[in-house]
Design a protein around this ligand. Structure first.
Ligand code: ADP
Ligand code: ASP
Ligand code: MG
Length: 413
C-alpha cells in the first residue's frame, strides 16, 4: 500500500462544488488501495480578502494577529472537505497546523517548518481515515499560530511527504504542470514532462509561483518525488527529478517573472569599508529580504558610490523609511525608489556550458525598447529588472527568442 500526499491549491477548492469533486478524487485514490494525506489551501481569493480586511483597520497589521486571521482560510477548506468525504461515506479527519504538530520558528508571515511529529497523523491513517491537513500554517514553540508565506501550502505538503516518507507528493493546481513559462502569459508555453530540482529551485526563487520555493528546497533535501499536475484534467503533469532531464542540451529551459519587486537606491554613499554593512544590517534586522544588489564606485575618484537593491513590494515602505534614517547617519545624499518594476529571468541548467545567453537576452529586450534597470546572474540564470508594464511582452519575446515553443525531447526516465 502506497502513502500519497496530495495538495490542492486555492482554485482547486475554490467552490463547494469543487471541494466535493476533489473529495471524490481523493476517495477514488483511497479505494484504489492507497493511504492518502490531503493538504488544502484556502478557497481562491480568501487569503487576499482576509489581508484586505485587516488592512482596513491598520495598514501594517500586528503580525501575530494577522497569522491568526490568515490561518482561518485553510480551516474553512479542511472542514468543508472532511464534511464532504464523510457525506460520501468515507471517514476523514481534519487537522489544523498545530493539531498536526507542524512546528515552526516564530517568524510570523514567513515561518519555517523545523519539525513535524507525525504520531497522530499516522494513527489516523492506520484507522483507515483520509487525513486532511490545513496547509500554510504551523505553531511556534510558544503555541502561537504561524503562517509560512504566500503559497506556503506546497511547503506543508512536501514537508509532510518527507516526514511520512510518502511515495510521492502530488501538487494539484490550475495548470497541467510546470511549463517553459507561465501558460497564462503565452499559449506557446510547453508543459515539461520532467524538470530538474535545480532548475525548479531557480524558477521558484525567480517567481514562478507554481511551486513555493521552500517546498522545492524540502523536496531536494529529502528527495521527495514531486508531481505537479492539474486538478481539472486527467493527464500526467511534470515530475520534478534529480539531474538533467533534457535530451538536447538546450541552454535556456524556462522564463520566469516576478512582479513582486521594488527598487531602492541610496545615492552618493561614501565609498569606504563598512558602509554596505551599515545599510543592510537594519534592513535584515527588520526581517526584510534583499534580492538583487548593485554597487558601482565612481571611476572619477569622487569617493562616492550609489547602492541599488530590490525588496518585495510589501516591504518597500518599511525599507524606504529605514534607508532614510541610515542615509542621515552615513552621510548619503538621497534615497529614491520605484515600486513599478518586475524581474524577468532566463533559466537553464546548461547555461553553464553556453556563452552568449546574457547578451542575447539584452538584445531581445533592447530591440523591443525595454530598458534594463538592473542585471544579476548565477551559473544557471540571468535576471533583468525592467518596468513592470513590459513584463508580459518581455516574457513572450524571450520565450520565442530562446525557442522554448519548439518541441524538445525529454529523457524517458
Ligand atoms: P495554487 O493555488 O494551486 O497553489 P498557484 O496560483 O499558486 O496555484 O500556482 C499556479 C500558477 O502558477 C499558474 O496558474 C500559473 O499562472 C503560475 N505559473 C507561473 N509560472 C509557471 C510555470 N512555469 N508553469 C506553470 N505555471 C506557472
Ligand atoms: N492560502 C495561502 C495563500 O493564498 C497559502 C496557499 O494557498 O498556498 O497564499
Ligand atoms: Mg500556490
Amino acid at each position: 500500500m502506497a502513502l500519497i500526499v496530495q495538495k490542492y491549491g486555492g482554485t482547486s477548492v475554490g467552490t463547494v462544488e469543487r471541494i466535493q469533486n476533489v473529495a471524490k478524487k481523493v476517495i477514488q485514490t483511497k479505494n484504489n488501495g492507497n493511504d492518502v494525506v490531503v493538504v488544502l489551501s484556502a478557497m481562491a481569493g480568501k487569503t487576499d480578502r482576509l489581508i484586505d480586511m485587516a488592512r482596513l483597520i491598520n495598514k501594517d497589521p500586528d503580525p501575530r494577529e494577522l497569522d491568526v486571521l490568515l490561518a482561518t482560510g485553510e480551516q474553512v477548506s479542511i472542514a468543508l472537505f472532511s464534511i464532504a468525504c464523510k457525506t460520501m461515506g468515507h471517514d476523514a479527519q481534519s487537522f489544523l497546523g498545530f493539531q498536526a504538530q507542524i512546528m515552526t520558528d516564530h517568524r510570523y508571515g514567513m515561518a519555517r517548518i523545523h519539525n513535524i511529529d507525525t504520531e497522530e497523523i499516522t494513527q489516523a491513517i492506520e484507522q483507515g481515515k483520509i487525513v486532511v491537513i490545513a496547509g500554510f500554517q504551523g505553531m511556534d514553540e510558544f503555541g502561537n499560530i504561524t503562517t509560512l508565506g504566500r503559497g506556503g501550502s506546497d511547503t506543508t505538503a512536501v514537508g509532510l511527504a518527507a516526514a511520512l516518507n510518502a511515495s510521492v507528493c502530488e501538487i494539484y493546481t490550475d495548470v497541467e504542470g510546470v511549463y517553459t513559462t507561465d501558460p497564462n502569459i503565452t499559449k506557446k508555453a510547453r508543459k515539461l514532462k520532467y524538470i530538474s530540482y535545480e532548475e525548479m529551485l531557480e524558477m521558484a526563487s525567480m517567481g514562478a509561483k507554481v511551486l513555493h520555493l521552500r517546498s522545492v528546497e524540502f523536496a531536494v533535501k529529502y528527495e521527495v518525488p514531486l508531481h505537479v499536475r492539474s486538478s481539472f484534467v486527467e493527464a500526467e503533469g511534470t515530475m520534478v527529478v534529480k539531474g538533467d532531464t533534457r535530451m538536447e542540451k538546450v541552454a535556456v529551459s524556462a522564463i520566469a517573472y516576478n512582479k513582486n519587486e521594488a527598487r531602492l537606491t541610496i545615492i552618493d554613499v561614501p565609498d569606504k569599508p563598512g558602509i554596505a554593512a551599515l545599510i543592510f544590517q537594519p534592513i535584515s534586522d527588520a526581517g526584510i529580504s534583499v534580492d538583487m544588489i548593485i554597487q558601482n564606485s565612481s571611476i572619477h575618484g569622487t569617493g562616492m558610490t550609489d547602492m541599488t537593491f530590490t525588496v518585495a513590494k510589501d516591504d518597500y515602505t518599511k525599507a524606504l523609511n529605514i534607508l532614510k534614517n541610515v542615509a542621515g547617519d552615513i552621510g548619503a545624499k538621497d534615497v529614491q525608489g520605484d515600486i513599478h518594476v518586475a524581474k524577468v529571468s532566463a533559466i537553464g541548467l546548461n547555461m553553464r556550458n553556453h556563452s552568449g545567453i546574457a547578451s542575447k537576452m539584452f538584445s531581445v529586450l533592447s530591440e523591443a525598447g525595454i530598458n534594463i534597470i538592473m542585471i544579476s546572474t548565477s551559473e544557471i540564470k540571468v535576471s533583468t529588472l525592467i518596468h513592470e508594464d513590459y513584463t508580459e511582452l518581455a516574457v513572450r519575446l524571450l520565450h520565442n527568442a530562446f525557442e522554448l515553443d519548439q518541441d524538445q525531447p525529454d529523457f524517458e526516465l
